[in-house]
Design a binder for this molecule. Structure first.
Ligand code: IPM
Ligand code: MN
Length: 353
């Protein structure tokens, strides 16, 4: 297969983990005889500093011409504490999602047995939890009409039927491939937009008779995720709720640094870790590259390269098993491996296989 990859390394630890993602993808390509080419492009604070725009037109063009985007992280503290900053790195991420039509954000919540002790939840509650949160990514409050005055401000949570239908369809398709259980998370007891979601889901449910559809209010869902994470199989929800619940999901597994994500829709799909740019660790070679490397697995699986994706996952499991781990997940007394060393170990494992 020929694959053109746009590489958006971004800020903070982004460039370091990006390098390891690319090196693993290259190892897979060599092993399986695929042609993969890369084109790097600016985004986030790095792009603001260079050209004054967190998602420049040139980056957009490079993404559009690519088959997939391998994204790392954006964000820089110099913008966080300045509410009057005109442009922010995060706007680059939102612009990318909107311009590429990436309406579906797929975030798996998965546990790794050897990291269960890192979970803030009790072992017996969290062990075996394995669900996917599908977050609507280009609608709702993040993109609705806004006004920002000194004495009054608002954001509008607007959804149209086609927007709701297409994201629920993604939810049902995932549910069909998994344990056939879809939970639609909303706030239909209060919000009109949520009632539209519920209505559309109730209309669609009969098309998927094998799938058990349930509805859960978001406040209840946030509680259930802590009390009984194994209840969930596929969860689908609007942009804002999904943003919040996926952060919750990422920490219950104890493996925040290990969780990848995919954003798909009408344009070039984007694969990225769910963690942020961790500016304090920039350049220190301590960031965990596994979420980025697992994003490569998701990328391969997206193109139906199942064996390739499975090998990346196997290599990641093997690295954990061999205690080739970055400091934050290393076992007591274990040697501390750097970002590069973990990435290299995994790429070598793939080549040797
Ligand atoms: C995420 C991030 C972004 C979001 C920010 C950086 C705009 O938190 O991907 O979840 O809120 O969507
Ligand atoms: Mn978020």
């Amino acid at each position: 297969m020929n694959l053109k990859i746009a590489v958006l390394a971004g800020d903070g630890i982004g460039p370091e983990i990006s390098e390891q993602g690319v090196s693993v993808l290259t190892a897979v390509a060599e092993k399986f005889g695929h042609q993969v080419s890369y084109k790097s492009a600016l985004c986030g604070a790095a792009a603001i500093d260079a050209v004054g725009d967190p998602f420049p037109e040139e980056t957009f063009n490079i993404c559009q011409e690519a088959d997939a985007v391998l994204f790392s992280a954006v964000g820089d503290p110099k913008f966080d504490n300045n509410p009057s900053a005109k442009v922010r790195p995060e706007q680059g991420l939102l612009a990318m999602r909107k311009k590429l039509g990436l309406f579906a954000n797929i975030r798996p919540v998965q546990t790794f047995d050897c990291l269960i002790h890192k979970s803030p939840l009790k072992d017996e509650l969290v062990r075996g939890a394995d669900f996917i949160c599908i977050r609507e990514l280009t609608g709702g409050m993040y993109f609705g009409e806004k006004r920002e005055g000194d004495d009054m401000a608002y954001d509008t949570n607007k959804y149209t039927r086609p927007e709701v239908e297409r994201i629920l369809k993604v939810g049902y398709e995932y549910a069909m491939r998994r344990r056939k259980h879809l939970t639609v998370v909303d706030k239909a007891n209060v919000l009109a937009s949520s009632r539209l979601w519920r209505k559309v889901a109730q209309e669609m449910a009969p098309q998927y008779p094998e799938v058990q559809t349930d509805f859960m209010y978001v406040d209840n869902a946030s509680m259930r995720m802590i009390q009984e994470p194994r209840f969930f199989d596929v969860m689908v929800t609007e942009n804002t709720f999904g943003d919040i619940l996926t952060d919750e999901g990422s920490c219950i597994s104890g493996s925040m640094g290990l969780l990848p994500s995919a954003s798909t829709g009408t344009g070039t799909p984007v694969f990225e870790p769910i963690h942020g740019s961790w500016p304090q660790a920039k350049g220190l070679n301590i960031a965990n590259p596994l979420a980025q490397i697992l994003s490569v697995a998701m990328l391969l699986e997206y193109f139906d390269l199942k064996e390739e994706g499975a090998l990346v996952r196997e290599a990641v499991d093997a690295s954990l098993e061999a205690n080739v781990r970055t400091p934050e997940i290393q076992v007591e007394g274990g040697a501390k491996y750097g970002t590069r060393e973990v990435g290299q170990w995994i790429a070598d494992y793939i080549r040797r296989k």
